[in-house]
Design a binder for this molecule. Structure first.
Ligand code: PMP
Length: 396
């Protein structure tokens, strides 16, 4: 049987990691992998998390199973951060812990399929794992344009599909810090999206993987909250892997909002059954550490300060790139300052991306996506000069 399988191409970003590691040039720059880095190029464990892990080690007296819902204390502790004062919306929202935001996206898609959704509209470009997950659970992925060439979000495209949507349709929305474009809907656009969804059968599925990395925890969930305030049903995927720096510990949560409190138990029991069939139970460690941080005022303040520093650094890199707007032929940089989060797309050709790597040891995804956090005070001017060089030498 297994000889029927064909090779599938390796993940392009993982190949980039190996190529970067093998490059011996001292001044190489990694803009590929999607993790936050400090100005020293490190991805350290948050101090608040280290302290929580120490407490966990001291206090944890069993590693017995928790069940498919994971750590409910963790799941509840995220809710006020994500949903604000309307936490729980009077018994209409609940959730469970998942292996990372990826697990939450998968659970949302699997539950949507079980509830009768047949197609999911995805704004492109999107996180490269979205469409494979949608298709892997047997749903059809239909694409629409997320952004326009001028670097703004295409509000008309999403409103159009919501207004023309039919029963069985869902739309996947990035809550903030869009991956890979960094281009988020404006407050006005979110308001229009929320209004359109309120009058449409289209189910919103909202992916929030970078809360706090854009403009702040409240600001980054404002659009999601606008939608939840208007729609009867929604599914939400959440990741703590960026905003708590827990990547490999795989910390995420899935939430469902239902029209009436009486419908919550059906949604959650189906979600738990799907979780059980997929991974049985989520890993505990990272979620427990987040719960400890959020329940302890000192650790919470420490975490918020660390998150502020991350966000300020990302904003500094964006401002610095924007200030070089006129230095790079054919690559507008000014709008990067208005965009959010870890990523941005540069309109570079394959040839230019290849030259950046060969001539300047600058590694970025073939799509033109760069990780903003790969740029530091030490390498950003070299990067701008490299961009200017490859755009000039390959112009025309
Ligand atoms: N959604 C989006 C938009 C992402 O960019 C990512 C990954 N960075 C995820 C979900 C998955 O996050 P996690 O690493 O927590 O699985």
């Amino acid at each position: 049987m297994l000889d029927r399988l064909q090779d599938t191409p390796p993940d392009a970003l993982l190949a980039l990691i190996s190529a970067f590691a093998a490059d011996e040039r001292d001044d190489k720059i990694d803009l590929g992998v999607g993790v936050y880095r400090t100005d020293d190029g490190a991805t350290p464990v948050f101090e608040a998390i280290k302290a929580a892990e120490q407490r966990l080690w001291e206090e944890q007296d069993s590693k017995s199973y928790l069940g498919p819902e994971g750590d409910k204390g963790f799941v509840k502790a995220i809710m006020p951060i994500l949903f604000g004062d309307d936490t729980g919306m009077n018994g209409r929202i609940d959730g469970l812990q998942t292996p990372g935001g990826t697990g939450a996206v998968r659970l949302a898609m699997a539950l949507a399929a079980r509830a009768g959704i047949t197609r999911v509209h995805v704004g492109t470009p999107s996180w490269p794992n979205h469409i494979p997950i949608i298709e892997d659970v047997g749903l059809e992925a239909v694409t629409f344009a997320h952004a326009k060439l001028d670097g703004s979000a295409d509000g008309d495209a999403v409103l159009d599909l919501i207004r023309n949507g039919v029963e069985g349709d869902a739309v996947l929305l990035h809550a903030c810090c869009h991956n890979p474009s960094g281009i988020d809907y404006t407050d006005d656009q979110w308001g229009q999206i929320a209004d359109a969804l309120a009058d449409s059968p289209v189910l919103p599925i909202i992916d929030s993987a970078y809360q706090g990395l854009g403009h702040g925890l409240e600001e980054d969930s404002a659009g999601l909250r606008k939608v939840l305030a208007r729609v009867p049903n929604a599914l939400i995927a959440y990741s703590c892997d960026k905003n708590f720096g827990l990547y490999r510990d795989r910390v995420g949560a899935f939430y469902a909002k239902v029209a009436e409190p009486g419908m919550l138990s059906a949604a959650m029991s189906n979600a738990a059954a799907l979780a059980r069939a997929n991974w049985s139970m989520p890993p505990d460690h990272g979620g427990a550490a987040v719960r400890i941080v959020l329940r302890d005022e000192d650790l919470r303040q420490k975490w918020l300060a660390e998150l502020d520093r991350m966000r300020e650094r990302l904003r500094w890199v964006r401002a610095h790139l924007a200030a070089a707007d006129n230095k790079v032929e054919g690559v507008p940089l000014a709008h990067l300052e208005e965009q959010n989060g870890l990523f941005a797309m540069l309109p570079l050709s394959k040839e230019q991306i290849g030259k950046l790597r060969e001539d300047h040891a600058v590694y970025m995804a073939g799509s033109g996506r760069i990780n903003i956090a790969g740029l530091t005070r030490g390498n950003i001017d070299k990067f701008i000069a490299a961009l200017a060089d490859v755009t000039q030498s390959t112009a025309g």
